[in-house]
Design a protein around this ligand. Structure first.
Ligand code: SAH
Length: 238
C-alpha cells in the first residue's frame, strides 16, 4: 500500500475539516472516503495522522489520531532568490528548490529580466511549492515572495549568515563553498543575467560572487544546481 496522502490545512482540531482545493483533490482525484488514513499538515513542521470519518458536501471530516514532528526539513535554512523566468521555468525552479529543501523562495525582477508577472502567477508559484512539499513529504511549504526590484530581494536576506551571488561574469568565487557552514541566501539571475552595477550593489550588501564554472548555464540549471550544491555542502543531502 502506498504511503497515506498528505493534505495541508489552516488549523488542526480533533475533528479537522478538509475543504477547498485539498478537499476536491482528496475526494475527486484520489477518491478518498470514510475509513481512509491520511496525514494532515498545518505548516508548523508537525505531521498529524488522521482518518476520514465523514464525507459531507464540500468537506471531508477527519479524526486526528496523533501527532509527531516531521523529520524531512533541513536543519540549516537556505533561501533561493531567482530572477523571474519566461514561460513555466520559474515554476520548474520553485518545484525543484522545494524538493531540495529550501525554506524561502524569492522571485525578483531585474534590469535584464523580460518575463511578465501578475498576482495569479505568484499564487501559482505558491501552489507549485505546496504540491512539491506534499510530494516530497515535507511538513512545511517554503514561503514564496515576489520582489519588484533586485535591491528589495537582496535586502530581504538580512538574517542569513552566508550571502552568495551566482555571477556569470565572476572569474572565480569570492567564497570558499567547501567550508560553507550556516544559513545561506543564494541569488541567481534570469535568462538575461546581471549587469555589472547589479553585481556591485550585491557586493556592497555583503554578497560574495560565486562562479558556477566556465560554462554559462541556463538560469534554471544554475538555480537548481546551485541549490543542490549548497544543500549538499550544508549536509542536508547526505
Ligand atoms: N545572459 C547571460 C547569461 C545568464 S545565465 C549571458 O549571456 O552571459 C542566468 C543566470 O545563471 C546568471 O545571471 C547567473 O546567476 C547564473 N549563471 C549561469 N552560469 C553561471 C556561471 N558559470 N557562474 C555563475 N553563475 C552562472
Amino acid at each position: 500500500m502506498s504511503a497515506p496522502k498528505r493534505f495541508f490545512v489552516d488549523k488542526i482540531e480533533r475533528e479537522t475539516l478538509l475543504t477547498g482545493e485539498e478537499y476536491s483533490h482528496a475526494k475527486n482525484v484520489l477518491r478518498l472516503g470514510e475509513g481512509d488514513e491520511i496525514v494532515l499538515l498545518d505548516g508548523s513542521g508537525k505531521e498529524y495522522d488522521a482518518i476520514v470519518c465523514r464525507s459531507m458536501k464540500g468537506a471531508l471530516a477527519c479524526n486526528v489520531l496523533g501527532e509527531r514532528a516531521g523529520d524531512k526539513e533541513s536543519k540549516t535554512p537556505v533561501k533561493l532568490l531567482v530572477g523571474l523566468l519566461k514561460g513555466d521555468k520559474t515554476e520548474l525552479v520553485v518545484q525543484k528548490a522545494t524538493e531540495l529543501g529550501v525554506c524561502e523562495i524569492g522571485i525578483f525582477s531585474s534590469r535584464y529580466s523580460a518575463a511578465y508577472i501578475n498576482d495569479n502567477k505568484i499564487e501559482r508559484f505558491r501552489k507549485v511549492a505546496k504540491e512539491a512539499a506534499k510530494q516530497c513529504l515535507r511538513s512545511r511549504v517554503p514561503q514564496v515572495s515576489y520582489h519588484e526590484t533586485l535591491a528589495d530581494a537582496l535586502n530581504s536576506c538580512g538574517g542569513y549568515e552566508n550571502k552568495l551571488f551566482a555571477c556569470e561574469f565572476a572569474n572565480e568565487s569570492e567564497a570558499d563553498l567547501r567550508t560553507l557552514k550556516g544559513s545561506a541566501a543564494l541569488v541567481v539571475g534570469s535568462e538575461g543575467g546581471f549587469t555589472e552595477e547589479e553585481f556591485a550593489k550585491a557586493r556592497a550588501l555583503g554578497f560574495a560572487g560565486v562562479s558556477l564554472g566556465r560554462r554559462i548555464l541556463r538560469a534554471e540549471t544554475a538555480a537548481i544546481a546551485f541549490t543542490g550544491i549548497v544543500t549538499y555542502l550544508l549536509g542536508d543531502l547526505g
